[in-house]
Design a protein around this ligand. Structure first.
Ligand code: 6R9
Length: 672
């Protein structure tokens, strides 16, 4: 890695930020990076020292095997140590750090009229009460608890309560369908489901309890005795007095199984001894799309995840005690787990927790919230930036954004145009933009700038974080040096990397380690430029990234193929101004079935019901046949080009029947 000497426009860190920063210049970054690779033991030991350990580690900070030819793949951090995540992110601050009265979260509801403030002491008290409630329900160390909740404080309370008693939380994004929720409850074998009566997303009321009931009914039909208790938060009825009050009578209720949150929390004691967990005990499962169509339960463990989310949060957002930090992600995704809950709380940070949408009730909502809470660090997704760009500068001019110091993005590659708008219009040219590349599997940032240290190039995630050693390989697994492009892989683990796929170590090894023995394979393509900067080029495998949400083609294809008229389906991405990518679907119909508008609408509805609104197809095209290789594999590369109307298709010799390409191009106009 060299100090950049590029001709293209670089954005250098502001001097005021450098004065007081944790990593104040590029040279400091290089020195620390070198230490983190040469002596990981000392590097991570120092990070661990600030946390509370009931028992110290007896083993090294990190042990691993990334080579399938040498035995099972494993990562082990701080063997022998005992600790508790919840104790470290709450009790430690309240008891040792005197942060009891500090605000942990400013909650801002879907409507600007709904908001509340929660201090560290209050959060600890709620968490202990919830922990006792869960225990009362029979939840023990190691048991799984599924959580299907909107962005409300109780979501954080429940996840930390699980962490306190050693239960493993499995949060399912509250935009997923009952089918998706059922699948995740069954896979995790949860005994408790925590949900809410309902939630307003913008103008739309979503009846979460009804969806939960449907999911549990589906689980029952599939023979799972699983969930014995459903804990229900009265959110919509209590906090969003909208007239359509949804109370005990209107909320579907099964008295044997369902319990109101406020009734059991009221009498629950607010003290609860933390369960002292082994460093490598699981902390949570979070499902991510798999290329086979079945979601994979990514498992993260206690100690390593604590060290890594805490350190990345501190350095990447250059956290200081008087900051007000806001990450707009949903806690149902990894970004929310790592950078709304665990990373910020581990640092004793004050965060904004936002339930609503960027454009409700008006398109200046984000800017209004930044002004209201004097947000200093703001973290969002390229899709949100592109959406807000559409409305121009006018909505921002009404608000005072002078509190902002650092901006961040995550979820997909950010196009330079959006990057510059974010930097110039939102950050008024003053705030570095940290483009953080990472995955559900990596637990925390792996390629990222540090705001006071790294000169920025719009669209590049720049350099590796401490302890992370990237490499770029070609198809044959040969490492490529210098300026190059290929598969992005990592040579060794950092504490926050996933440990396994829940109940499926074999799938874990096959997915991430089989292709290139000795490396963790991200599935993303990557380019390295002459200054050593890394540029993510997108997924190499057949994944789709819609508005920052990753899904697999197979998952959407499977949903389409449930329709009785469809015999085959292939889904590819197509660039979209706001969502980054959108879904373009090719469907082959069964003989005698007719392709018409009604069918298109039915198929869209089907995908929404099976997966959720985020997966709604934008285009559906009739495909009398699909381009396939001789061995019968669909060639999605060609379909992608048809979807994009790119006529120069290159070599078609591997196709079984090249004529189908022409047919698909001719039918294209009907699709849009
Ligand atoms: C954190 C998160 C992971 C995939 C990842 C990549 C894409 C995420 C990115 C980015 C370019 C960035 N991705 N951040 N691509 N630049 N800064 O999003 O996790 O939902 O698991 O998605 O998202 O393709 O492989 P996850």
């Amino acid at each position: 890695m060299v100090v950049p000497e590029s001709q293209e426009k670089m954005y250098y860190p502001p001097v005021e930020l450098q004065r007081n920063a944790h990593v104040p210049d590029f040279n400091s970054y290089l020195v620390m990076y070198k230490k983190s690779l040469e002596n990981p033991e000392a590097f991570w030991r120092e990070v661990a020292d600030e946390f509370f350990w009931k028992k110290p580690a007896t083993g090294p900070m990190l042990q691993h095997n990334f080579d399938m030819t040498k035995g099972n793949i494993f990562v082990n951090c701080m063997e022998g140590a005992k600790t508790n995540m919840c104790y470290n992110v709450l009790d430690r601050h309240v008891k040792e750090g005197k942060l009891g009265e500090k605000v942990a979260y400013y909650w801002e509801g879907n409507s600007p009229d709904h908001h509340m403030t929660i201090t560290y002491r209050q959060l600890l008290s709620h968490v202990c009460r919830c922990a006792n409630v869960l225990k009362q329900m029979g939840v023990k160390r190691g048991d799984r608890v599924s959580i299907y909740l909107p962005m409300i404080p109780e979501l954080i309370v429940t996840m930390l309560a699980c962490a306190r008693i050693g239960a493993v939380h499995s949060i399912v994004f509250a935009g997923f369908s009952s089918e998706s929720l059922c699948e995740r409850i069954m896979d995790a074998q949860s005994s408790v489901l925590v949900t809410a009566d309902g939630v307003y997303r913008g103008e739309k009321l979503i009846n979460l309890k009804q969806i939960s009931d449907e999911a549990l009914e589906k689980c029952r039909e599939k023979g799972s005795s699983g969930v014995t208790t459903c804990l229900v938060i009265k959110h919509q009825a209590q906090r969003t007095r909208t007239g359509t009050s949804c109370n005990k009578l209107q909320t579907p209720w099964e008295s044997e199984r369902d319990v109101w949150w406020d009734e059991v929390m009221r009498d629950s004691p607010d003290e609860c001894e933390p369960e002292w967990m082994d460093a490598e005990d699981p902390l949570f499962i979070l499902y991510t799309s798999g290329s086979t169509g079945k979601p994979k339960g990514v498992v993260h463990t206690v100690a390593g995840y604590l060290l890594y989310t805490s350190l990345t949060f501190r350095y990447v957002f250059d956290h200081h005690p008087d900051d007000v930090y806001w990450c707009t992600a949903d806690i149902g995704w990894i970004t929310g787990h790592s950078y709304i809950t665990y990373g910020p709380l581990a640092n004793g940070a004050t965060s904004v927790l936002f339930e609503g949408l960027p454009v409700h009730p008006h398109v200046g909502r984000f800017w209004e919230i930044i002004e209201k809470y004097k947000v200093t660090k703001f973290y969002t997704a390229p899709t949100a930036i592109r959406l807000l760009m559409k409305y121009g500068q006018e909505p921002l001019r009404k608000y005072d954004l002078s509190s902002l110091r650092i901006l961040g993005t995550v979820g997909e590659p950010i196009n330079p145009e959006a990057w510059r708008w974010y930097h110039e219009v939102v950050g008024q040219g003053r705030c570095p933009v940290v483009d953080t590349f990472w995955q559900t599997e990596t637990g925390g940032h792996v390629l990222t700038p540090l705001p006071a240290a790294t000169p920025l190039k719009p669209g590049s995630a720049t350099f590796p974080f401490f302890g992370v050693e990237p490499a770029i390989l070609n198809e044959h697994g040969e490492e490529l040096e210098g300026v190059t492009e290929g598969y992005l892989v990592f040579r060794k683990p950092w504490p926050g990397i996933m440990r396994t796929i829940y109940k499926n170590q074999e799938l874990f090894e096959n997915t991430y380690f089989r292709k290139f023995p000795g490396f963790y394979v991200t599935g993303d393509g990557c380019r390295r430029d002459k200054d050593g900067y890394y540029w993510i080029t997108g997924r190499i495998d057949d994944m789709l990234n819609v508005s920052g949400h990753l899904m697999s083609t197979a998952e959407v294809e499977a949903a389409l193929m449930l329709h009785q008229s469809v015999s085959e389906a292939a889904v590819v991405s197509r660039p979209h101004k706001v969502k980054g990518e959108c879904l373009y679907c090719f469907v082959t119909l069964k003989d005698s079935k007719e392709f018409n508008c009604k069918l298109v609408e039915d198929l869209k509805r089907l995908v929404r019901e099976k997966i959720g609104p985020i997966a709604t197809p934008d285009f559906i095209q009739n495909a009398p046949a699909l381009p396939k290789t001789r061995s019968g594999k669909i060639m999605r590369r060609i379909l992608r080009q048809i979807a994009r109307n790119e006529k120069d298709l290159g070599d078609l010799s591997t196709l079984a029947d090249p004529k189908v390409v022409e047919v698909l191009f001719n039918q294209r106009s009907e699709a849009a």
